[in-house]
Ligand binder design. Structure first.
Ligand code: SAJ
Length: 442
Protein backbone atom coordinates (compact mmCIF):
# COMPACT_ATOMS: atom_id res chain seq x y z
CA UNK A 1 0.00 0.00 0.00
CA UNK A 2 2.71 2.48 1.09
CA UNK A 3 4.65 1.49 -2.00
CA UNK A 4 1.83 2.24 -4.46
CA UNK A 5 0.98 5.50 -2.73
CA UNK A 6 4.62 6.55 -2.85
CA UNK A 7 4.95 5.75 -6.57
CA UNK A 8 1.86 7.87 -7.22
CA UNK A 9 2.95 10.92 -5.29
CA UNK A 10 6.45 10.79 -6.78
CA UNK A 11 5.02 10.58 -10.28
CA UNK A 12 2.54 13.42 -9.82
CA UNK A 13 5.10 15.59 -7.95
CA UNK A 14 3.14 15.66 -4.73
CA UNK A 15 5.98 13.99 -2.84
CA UNK A 16 7.79 16.24 -0.39
CA UNK A 17 11.55 15.93 -0.76
CA UNK A 18 14.23 16.55 1.84
CA UNK A 19 17.90 16.81 0.88
CA UNK A 20 20.27 16.25 3.80
CA UNK A 21 23.54 18.10 3.09
CA UNK A 22 23.62 21.33 1.05
CA UNK A 23 27.15 21.07 -0.32
CA UNK A 24 28.60 21.07 -3.82
CA UNK A 25 26.12 18.42 -4.98
CA UNK A 26 23.35 18.58 -2.37
CA UNK A 27 22.37 22.18 -3.06
CA UNK A 28 22.34 21.88 -6.88
CA UNK A 29 20.32 18.67 -6.50
CA UNK A 30 17.82 20.32 -4.10
CA UNK A 31 17.39 23.26 -6.48
CA UNK A 32 16.81 20.95 -9.46
CA UNK A 33 14.33 18.79 -7.53
CA UNK A 34 12.45 21.99 -6.62
CA UNK A 35 12.52 23.12 -10.26
CA UNK A 36 10.77 19.87 -11.18
CA UNK A 37 7.83 20.95 -9.01
CA UNK A 38 8.54 19.05 -5.79
CA UNK A 39 8.30 20.96 -2.54
CA UNK A 40 11.93 20.65 -1.40
CA UNK A 41 13.62 21.32 1.90
CA UNK A 42 17.39 21.33 2.27
CA UNK A 43 18.82 20.48 5.67
CA UNK A 44 22.32 21.47 6.71
CA UNK A 45 24.07 21.88 10.05
CA UNK A 46 25.79 25.02 8.72
CA UNK A 47 23.70 28.11 9.56
CA UNK A 48 25.55 30.27 7.01
CA UNK A 49 24.61 27.96 4.14
CA UNK A 50 20.99 27.77 5.31
CA UNK A 51 20.73 31.56 5.62
CA UNK A 52 22.28 32.16 2.22
CA UNK A 53 19.89 29.74 0.52
CA UNK A 54 16.86 31.24 2.24
CA UNK A 55 18.09 34.65 1.09
CA UNK A 56 18.12 33.28 -2.48
CA UNK A 57 21.92 33.24 -2.69
CA UNK A 58 24.32 30.44 -3.55
CA UNK A 59 27.09 29.74 -1.03
CA UNK A 60 29.28 28.21 -3.76
CA UNK A 61 30.56 29.25 -7.17
CA UNK A 62 28.84 26.92 -9.62
CA UNK A 63 27.57 28.22 -12.97
CA UNK A 64 23.79 28.80 -12.95
CA UNK A 65 23.32 27.74 -9.32
CA UNK A 66 22.42 31.09 -7.84
CA UNK A 67 19.78 31.62 -10.51
CA UNK A 68 18.06 28.29 -9.90
CA UNK A 69 18.26 28.74 -6.11
CA UNK A 70 16.73 32.20 -6.50
CA UNK A 71 13.87 30.87 -8.61
CA UNK A 72 13.18 27.94 -6.27
CA UNK A 73 13.04 30.05 -3.10
CA UNK A 74 11.09 32.81 -4.82
CA UNK A 75 8.51 30.28 -6.03
CA UNK A 76 8.17 28.89 -2.50
CA UNK A 77 9.29 25.42 -3.58
CA UNK A 78 12.79 25.50 -2.08
CA UNK A 79 13.85 26.35 1.42
CA UNK A 80 16.62 25.45 3.84
CA UNK A 81 16.72 24.69 7.54
CA UNK A 82 18.99 23.32 10.25
CA UNK A 83 16.10 21.34 11.77
CA UNK A 84 16.30 17.59 11.16
CA UNK A 85 12.70 17.29 12.35
CA UNK A 86 11.69 18.50 8.84
CA UNK A 87 12.34 14.91 7.74
CA UNK A 88 9.07 13.92 9.45
CA UNK A 89 7.01 15.65 6.81
CA UNK A 90 8.85 14.21 3.83
CA UNK A 91 8.25 11.31 1.46
CA UNK A 92 11.67 11.20 -0.19
CA UNK A 93 14.94 11.80 1.67
CA UNK A 94 18.21 12.22 -0.23
CA UNK A 95 21.40 11.97 1.83
CA UNK A 96 24.21 13.86 0.10
CA UNK A 97 27.02 14.40 2.58
CA UNK A 98 30.80 14.10 2.43
CA UNK A 99 32.51 10.76 2.95
CA UNK A 100 36.23 11.60 3.27
CA UNK A 101 39.14 9.37 4.32
CA UNK A 102 41.10 9.81 7.56
CA UNK A 103 44.90 10.24 7.89
CA UNK A 104 45.33 6.45 7.42
CA UNK A 105 43.18 6.59 4.26
CA UNK A 106 40.42 4.67 6.01
CA UNK A 107 36.84 5.72 5.14
CA UNK A 108 35.49 8.31 7.52
CA UNK A 109 31.70 7.90 7.56
CA UNK A 110 30.91 10.17 10.51
CA UNK A 111 28.86 12.73 8.56
CA UNK A 112 27.02 9.99 6.68
CA UNK A 113 26.17 8.04 9.82
CA UNK A 114 25.08 11.11 11.73
CA UNK A 115 22.82 12.13 8.82
CA UNK A 116 21.43 8.58 8.73
CA UNK A 117 20.80 8.70 12.47
CA UNK A 118 18.90 11.98 12.04
CA UNK A 119 16.80 10.31 9.35
CA UNK A 120 16.15 7.25 11.55
CA UNK A 121 14.99 9.49 14.40
CA UNK A 122 12.52 11.33 12.20
CA UNK A 123 11.45 8.93 9.47
CA UNK A 124 7.75 8.35 8.91
CA UNK A 125 6.05 5.40 7.35
CA UNK A 126 6.09 5.40 3.54
CA UNK A 127 9.41 7.16 2.97
CA UNK A 128 12.01 6.50 0.30
CA UNK A 129 15.59 7.11 1.51
CA UNK A 130 18.33 7.45 -1.11
CA UNK A 131 22.04 7.77 -0.32
CA UNK A 132 23.84 9.75 -3.03
CA UNK A 133 27.16 9.97 -1.15
CA UNK A 134 30.03 7.80 -2.36
CA UNK A 135 30.41 4.85 0.01
CA UNK A 136 32.64 1.81 0.59
CA UNK A 137 31.27 -1.55 -0.61
CA UNK A 138 28.71 -3.03 1.76
CA UNK A 139 27.83 0.25 3.52
CA UNK A 140 24.15 0.28 2.55
CA UNK A 141 23.26 -3.14 3.89
CA UNK A 142 25.72 -3.36 6.79
CA UNK A 143 25.71 0.19 8.12
CA UNK A 144 22.86 2.34 6.77
CA UNK A 145 20.06 -0.23 6.89
CA UNK A 146 20.53 -1.26 10.58
CA UNK A 147 20.44 2.40 11.68
CA UNK A 148 17.26 3.12 9.72
CA UNK A 149 15.68 -0.14 10.89
CA UNK A 150 16.29 0.96 14.51
CA UNK A 151 13.36 3.34 13.92
CA UNK A 152 11.10 0.30 14.23
CA UNK A 153 9.99 0.59 10.60
CA UNK A 154 10.47 -2.36 8.26
CA UNK A 155 12.37 -1.96 5.01
CA UNK A 156 10.47 -3.03 1.90
CA UNK A 157 7.05 -2.33 3.41
CA UNK A 158 7.28 0.70 5.75
CA UNK A 159 10.24 2.42 4.14
CA UNK A 160 12.44 1.96 1.09
CA UNK A 161 16.19 2.32 0.66
CA UNK A 162 18.44 2.86 -2.34
CA UNK A 163 21.89 4.09 -3.34
CA UNK A 164 22.26 6.33 -6.36
CA UNK A 165 25.68 7.98 -6.41
CA UNK A 166 25.84 11.44 -7.90
CA UNK A 167 27.80 11.66 -11.15
CA UNK A 168 28.01 15.38 -11.81
CA UNK A 169 31.27 17.16 -12.48
CA UNK A 170 31.85 20.53 -10.78
CA UNK A 171 31.45 23.47 -13.23
CA UNK A 172 28.76 21.47 -15.04
CA UNK A 173 26.90 20.13 -12.00
CA UNK A 174 23.44 21.45 -12.93
CA UNK A 175 23.60 20.24 -16.49
CA UNK A 176 25.02 16.84 -15.60
CA UNK A 177 22.46 16.11 -12.86
CA UNK A 178 19.76 16.69 -15.47
CA UNK A 179 21.21 14.80 -18.43
CA UNK A 180 23.64 12.14 -17.21
CA UNK A 181 22.56 8.56 -16.94
CA UNK A 182 22.06 7.35 -13.41
CA UNK A 183 22.61 4.06 -11.63
CA UNK A 184 20.18 3.10 -8.91
CA UNK A 185 20.86 0.30 -6.45
CA UNK A 186 17.91 -0.89 -4.41
CA UNK A 187 18.15 -2.76 -1.12
CA UNK A 188 15.23 -4.70 -2.63
CA UNK A 189 13.31 -4.56 -5.89
CA UNK A 190 10.65 -2.15 -4.69
CA UNK A 191 13.26 0.29 -3.42
CA UNK A 192 15.06 0.20 -6.78
CA UNK A 193 11.74 0.70 -8.57
CA UNK A 194 10.77 3.71 -6.44
CA UNK A 195 14.16 5.39 -6.67
CA UNK A 196 14.14 4.70 -10.42
CA UNK A 197 10.81 6.51 -10.80
CA UNK A 198 12.13 9.45 -8.79
CA UNK A 199 15.32 9.87 -10.86
CA UNK A 200 13.42 9.50 -14.13
CA UNK A 201 11.77 12.75 -13.07
CA UNK A 202 15.16 14.38 -12.53
CA UNK A 203 17.34 13.32 -15.46
CA UNK A 204 16.65 12.87 -19.15
CA UNK A 205 19.45 10.26 -19.19
CA UNK A 206 18.86 6.51 -18.79
CA UNK A 207 18.20 5.21 -15.29
CA UNK A 208 19.78 1.79 -14.73
CA UNK A 209 18.61 -0.33 -11.82
CA UNK A 210 20.60 -3.07 -10.14
CA UNK A 211 21.47 -4.51 -6.74
CA UNK A 212 22.77 -2.02 -4.20
CA UNK A 213 26.03 -4.00 -3.82
CA UNK A 214 26.79 -3.51 -7.53
CA UNK A 215 25.94 0.18 -7.59
CA UNK A 216 28.17 0.98 -4.60
CA UNK A 217 31.12 -0.43 -6.55
CA UNK A 218 30.14 1.25 -9.85
CA UNK A 219 30.71 4.71 -8.40
CA UNK A 220 34.09 3.73 -6.97
CA UNK A 221 35.40 2.18 -10.17
CA UNK A 222 34.27 5.22 -12.19
CA UNK A 223 36.49 7.58 -10.22
CA UNK A 224 39.27 5.00 -9.99
CA UNK A 225 39.19 4.67 -13.78
CA UNK A 226 39.90 8.38 -13.98
CA UNK A 227 42.65 8.29 -11.35
CA UNK A 228 44.47 5.39 -13.03
CA UNK A 229 44.19 7.02 -16.44
CA UNK A 230 45.53 10.33 -15.15
CA UNK A 231 48.41 8.40 -13.53
CA UNK A 232 49.20 6.81 -16.88
CA UNK A 233 49.29 10.25 -18.50
CA UNK A 234 51.58 11.44 -15.70
CA UNK A 235 53.89 8.47 -16.29
CA UNK A 236 54.02 9.42 -19.97
CA UNK A 237 54.80 13.02 -18.93
CA UNK A 238 57.76 11.92 -16.82
CA UNK A 239 59.02 9.68 -19.60
CA UNK A 240 58.79 12.45 -22.22
CA UNK A 241 60.52 14.96 -19.94
CA UNK A 242 63.42 12.50 -19.63
CA UNK A 243 63.49 11.96 -23.41
CA UNK A 244 63.33 15.69 -24.11
CA UNK A 245 60.11 15.47 -26.13
CA UNK A 246 56.66 16.95 -25.56
CA UNK A 247 54.20 14.53 -23.91
CA UNK A 248 51.19 16.56 -25.02
CA UNK A 249 52.18 16.25 -28.67
CA UNK A 250 52.64 12.49 -28.21
CA UNK A 251 49.34 12.11 -26.32
CA UNK A 252 47.36 14.14 -28.86
CA UNK A 253 48.68 11.98 -31.68
CA UNK A 254 48.11 8.74 -29.74
CA UNK A 255 44.51 9.87 -29.17
CA UNK A 256 43.97 9.80 -32.95
CA UNK A 257 43.87 6.01 -32.57
CA UNK A 258 40.20 4.95 -32.49
CA UNK A 259 40.62 3.01 -29.25
CA UNK A 260 43.03 5.26 -27.33
CA UNK A 261 41.86 8.13 -25.14
CA UNK A 262 44.55 9.48 -22.82
CA UNK A 263 43.74 11.78 -19.94
CA UNK A 264 45.95 14.82 -19.26
CA UNK A 265 49.09 14.95 -17.13
CA UNK A 266 49.22 17.74 -14.57
CA UNK A 267 50.45 19.25 -11.33
CA UNK A 268 48.32 16.85 -9.29
CA UNK A 269 44.90 15.31 -8.78
CA UNK A 270 42.70 17.10 -6.30
CA UNK A 271 39.04 17.33 -5.36
CA UNK A 272 36.86 15.51 -2.91
CA UNK A 273 36.47 12.33 -4.95
CA UNK A 274 39.24 11.12 -7.21
CA UNK A 275 42.15 11.24 -4.70
CA UNK A 276 39.96 9.51 -2.12
CA UNK A 277 37.59 7.01 -3.73
CA UNK A 278 40.32 4.55 -4.83
CA UNK A 279 41.15 4.05 -1.13
CA UNK A 280 37.62 2.78 -0.48
CA UNK A 281 38.46 -0.03 -2.94
CA UNK A 282 42.07 -0.54 -1.78
CA UNK A 283 41.07 -0.87 1.89
CA UNK A 284 38.09 -3.13 1.20
CA UNK A 285 40.20 -5.37 -1.07
CA UNK A 286 42.85 -5.67 1.68
CA UNK A 287 40.20 -7.06 4.02
CA UNK A 288 39.70 -9.83 1.47
CA UNK A 289 43.45 -10.41 0.98
CA UNK A 290 43.54 -8.74 -2.43
CA UNK A 291 46.29 -6.26 -3.31
CA UNK A 292 45.10 -3.66 -5.84
CA UNK A 293 48.63 -2.86 -6.95
CA UNK A 294 47.76 -0.88 -10.10
CA UNK A 295 45.31 1.35 -8.25
CA UNK A 296 47.81 1.87 -5.42
CA UNK A 297 50.65 2.76 -7.80
CA UNK A 298 48.38 5.23 -9.62
CA UNK A 299 47.50 6.95 -6.38
CA UNK A 300 51.18 7.23 -5.54
CA UNK A 301 52.09 8.63 -8.97
CA UNK A 302 49.32 11.24 -8.80
CA UNK A 303 49.97 12.32 -5.24
CA UNK A 304 53.65 12.79 -6.06
CA UNK A 305 53.00 15.17 -8.93
CA UNK A 306 53.07 18.35 -6.77
CA UNK A 307 56.57 17.30 -5.58
CA UNK A 308 57.61 16.71 -9.16
CA UNK A 309 56.53 20.29 -9.94
CA UNK A 310 58.68 21.51 -7.05
CA UNK A 311 61.69 19.52 -8.26
CA UNK A 312 61.28 20.92 -11.77
CA UNK A 313 61.02 24.45 -10.38
CA UNK A 314 64.13 24.04 -8.25
CA UNK A 315 66.16 22.76 -11.20
CA UNK A 316 64.84 25.47 -13.53
CA UNK A 317 65.87 28.21 -11.10
CA UNK A 318 69.25 26.56 -10.53
CA UNK A 319 69.90 26.55 -14.27
CA UNK A 320 69.49 30.33 -14.19
CA UNK A 321 71.95 30.57 -11.31
CA UNK A 322 69.19 31.17 -8.77
CA UNK A 323 68.76 29.36 -5.47
CA UNK A 324 65.09 28.48 -4.88
CA UNK A 325 65.47 29.48 -1.22
CA UNK A 326 66.29 33.03 -2.24
CA UNK A 327 63.68 33.23 -4.99
CA UNK A 328 60.22 34.73 -5.16
CA UNK A 329 57.61 32.38 -6.58
CA UNK A 330 54.14 33.34 -7.82
CA UNK A 331 51.62 30.48 -7.62
CA UNK A 332 48.66 30.86 -9.97
CA UNK A 333 45.71 28.84 -8.74
CA UNK A 334 44.67 27.54 -5.33
CA UNK A 335 41.52 25.65 -6.38
CA UNK A 336 41.88 21.94 -7.18
CA UNK A 337 40.80 22.49 -10.78
CA UNK A 338 39.81 25.19 -13.22
CA UNK A 339 36.86 27.53 -12.57
CA UNK A 340 35.88 26.13 -9.18
CA UNK A 341 36.28 27.66 -5.71
CA UNK A 342 36.91 24.28 -4.07
CA UNK A 343 40.29 23.71 -2.40
CA UNK A 344 39.80 20.16 -1.13
CA UNK A 345 42.93 18.05 -1.76
CA UNK A 346 44.29 20.76 -4.02
CA UNK A 347 47.86 20.23 -5.25
CA UNK A 348 48.41 23.92 -4.44
CA UNK A 349 48.54 23.00 -0.75
CA UNK A 350 51.64 20.75 -0.80
CA UNK A 351 53.28 23.03 -3.36
CA UNK A 352 52.85 26.20 -1.29
CA UNK A 353 53.52 24.56 2.07
CA UNK A 354 56.73 22.89 0.88
CA UNK A 355 57.98 26.12 -0.69
CA UNK A 356 57.23 27.99 2.53
CA UNK A 357 59.04 25.37 4.59
CA UNK A 358 62.17 25.90 2.49
CA UNK A 359 61.97 29.62 3.16
CA UNK A 360 60.86 30.58 -0.37
CA UNK A 361 59.01 33.86 -0.75
CA UNK A 362 55.59 32.66 -2.01
CA UNK A 363 52.80 34.84 -3.37
CA UNK A 364 49.65 33.04 -4.47
CA UNK A 365 46.62 34.01 -6.52
CA UNK A 366 43.18 32.65 -7.28
CA UNK A 367 40.18 34.42 -8.82
CA UNK A 368 37.59 32.36 -6.89
CA UNK A 369 39.28 31.29 -3.67
CA UNK A 370 40.18 33.62 -0.85
CA UNK A 371 41.83 30.98 1.33
CA UNK A 372 45.58 30.55 1.02
CA UNK A 373 48.02 28.02 2.45
CA UNK A 374 50.54 30.47 3.83
CA UNK A 375 52.76 33.10 2.29
CA UNK A 376 51.20 36.14 0.70
CA UNK A 377 47.91 35.97 -1.19
CA UNK A 378 46.01 38.33 -3.44
CA UNK A 379 43.12 38.18 -5.91
CA UNK A 380 45.00 40.79 -7.95
CA UNK A 381 47.27 39.08 -10.46
CA UNK A 382 49.72 41.93 -11.06
CA UNK A 383 50.42 42.28 -7.35
CA UNK A 384 51.20 38.57 -7.19
CA UNK A 385 53.65 38.34 -10.10
CA UNK A 386 55.49 41.60 -9.35
CA UNK A 387 59.20 40.88 -8.81
CA UNK A 388 58.70 37.12 -9.03
CA UNK A 389 61.51 34.93 -10.35
CA UNK A 390 59.10 32.22 -11.38
CA UNK A 391 55.41 31.81 -12.02
CA UNK A 392 53.87 28.37 -11.47
CA UNK A 393 50.46 27.59 -12.94
CA UNK A 394 48.76 25.06 -10.66
CA UNK A 395 45.11 25.48 -11.74
CA UNK A 396 43.66 25.68 -15.24
CA UNK A 397 41.27 28.59 -14.58
CA UNK A 398 39.98 30.04 -17.88
CA UNK A 399 41.10 33.46 -16.64
CA UNK A 400 44.76 32.30 -16.78
CA UNK A 401 44.42 31.27 -20.43
CA UNK A 402 43.46 34.85 -21.31
CA UNK A 403 46.20 36.66 -19.37
CA UNK A 404 48.49 39.12 -21.12
CA UNK A 405 51.76 37.38 -20.30
CA UNK A 406 53.73 40.08 -22.13
CA UNK A 407 52.49 42.54 -19.52
CA UNK A 408 53.27 40.16 -16.66
CA UNK A 409 56.77 39.55 -18.03
CA UNK A 410 57.59 43.24 -17.59
CA UNK A 411 56.67 43.05 -13.90
CA UNK A 412 58.83 40.03 -13.16
CA UNK A 413 62.55 39.74 -12.48
CA UNK A 414 65.25 38.94 -15.02
CA UNK A 415 65.37 35.42 -16.47
CA UNK A 416 61.72 34.95 -15.54
CA UNK A 417 60.50 31.37 -15.53
CA UNK A 418 57.02 30.01 -16.27
CA UNK A 419 56.23 26.49 -15.13
CA UNK A 420 52.93 25.46 -16.70
CA UNK A 421 51.56 22.72 -14.44
CA UNK A 422 48.39 22.36 -16.54
CA UNK A 423 49.72 22.87 -20.07
CA UNK A 424 47.32 25.72 -20.80
CA UNK A 425 49.89 27.91 -22.58
CA UNK A 426 51.51 27.67 -25.97
CA UNK A 427 55.22 27.17 -25.20
CA UNK A 428 56.40 28.96 -28.35
CA UNK A 429 54.26 32.07 -27.67
CA UNK A 430 55.50 32.21 -24.09
CA UNK A 431 59.16 31.85 -25.10
CA UNK A 432 58.71 34.63 -27.66
CA UNK A 433 57.65 36.94 -24.82
CA UNK A 434 61.05 36.42 -23.19
CA UNK A 435 60.12 33.78 -20.64
CA UNK A 436 62.06 30.62 -19.89
CA UNK A 437 59.33 28.06 -20.35
CA UNK A 438 58.79 24.71 -18.60
CA UNK A 439 55.68 22.56 -18.62
CA UNK A 440 54.57 19.24 -17.21
CA UNK A 441 55.55 16.67 -19.83
CA UNK A 442 58.17 18.71 -21.66
N1 SAJ B 1 42.89 16.02 -13.74
C1 SAJ B 1 44.11 15.77 -14.37
N2 SAJ B 1 44.09 15.25 -15.64
C2 SAJ B 1 42.91 14.98 -16.29
C3 SAJ B 1 41.69 15.24 -15.64
C4 SAJ B 1 41.71 15.76 -14.37
O1 SAJ B 1 45.20 15.98 -13.82
O2 SAJ B 1 42.98 14.52 -17.44
C5 SAJ B 1 42.89 16.55 -12.37
C6 SAJ B 1 42.13 17.86 -12.19
O3 SAJ B 1 42.94 18.98 -12.40
C7 SAJ B 1 41.67 17.76 -10.74
C8 SAJ B 1 41.48 16.27 -10.54
O4 SAJ B 1 42.17 15.62 -11.57
O5 SAJ B 1 42.68 18.21 -9.87
C9 SAJ B 1 40.03 15.81 -10.52
O6 SAJ B 1 39.28 16.52 -11.49
P1 SAJ B 1 38.14 15.87 -12.40
O7 SAJ B 1 37.60 16.95 -13.25
O8 SAJ B 1 38.66 14.67 -13.07
O9 SAJ B 1 37.09 15.30 -11.36
P2 SAJ B 1 36.17 15.87 -10.16
O10 SAJ B 1 36.76 15.38 -8.88
O11 SAJ B 1 35.91 17.32 -10.27
O12 SAJ B 1 34.82 15.07 -10.45
C10 SAJ B 1 34.84 13.65 -10.51
C11 SAJ B 1 34.01 13.20 -11.69
N3 SAJ B 1 34.27 11.80 -11.97
C12 SAJ B 1 34.51 11.32 -13.21
O13 SAJ B 1 34.55 12.03 -14.19
C13 SAJ B 1 34.68 9.85 -13.34
C14 SAJ B 1 32.54 13.46 -11.44
O14 SAJ B 1 31.74 12.92 -12.46
C15 SAJ B 1 32.11 12.85 -10.11
O15 SAJ B 1 30.77 13.13 -9.82
C16 SAJ B 1 32.97 13.43 -9.02
O16 SAJ B 1 34.34 13.12 -9.30
C17 SAJ B 1 32.51 12.85 -7.71
O17 SAJ B 1 31.84 13.59 -6.97
O18 SAJ B 1 32.74 11.67 -7.47
Amino acid sequence: MEYKKLINIIENKEAKVVVVGLGYVGLPMAAIVASRGYFTTGIDINHDIVNKVNNKKSPINEPGLEEIVYKGVEAGRLRATVEASEIRNSNVVLIIVQTPVDENKEPCLEALMSATKAVAENISEGTLVVVESTIPPGTMRNKILPVLASSGLKVGTDFFLANSPERAIPTRTLEEIQINSRVVGGIDERSAELAGVFYENITSGEVYKDAVEIVEVVKLIENTFRDVNIALANDVALLCEALGIDAIKAINLANKHPRVNFHMPGAGVGGHCIPKDPYFLIKEAEKHGVNLSVIKASRERNSNMPYHVLEKLKNALKKQGKDIKESTVAVLGIAYKGNVDDVRETPAEPIIKTLMKSGVDVFSHDPYVSQDFGGKFSNEIKTVVKNADALVIVTDHDEYKKLDFGDLRLLMKDKAIILDGRRILNPEDIKRLGFIYYGIGC
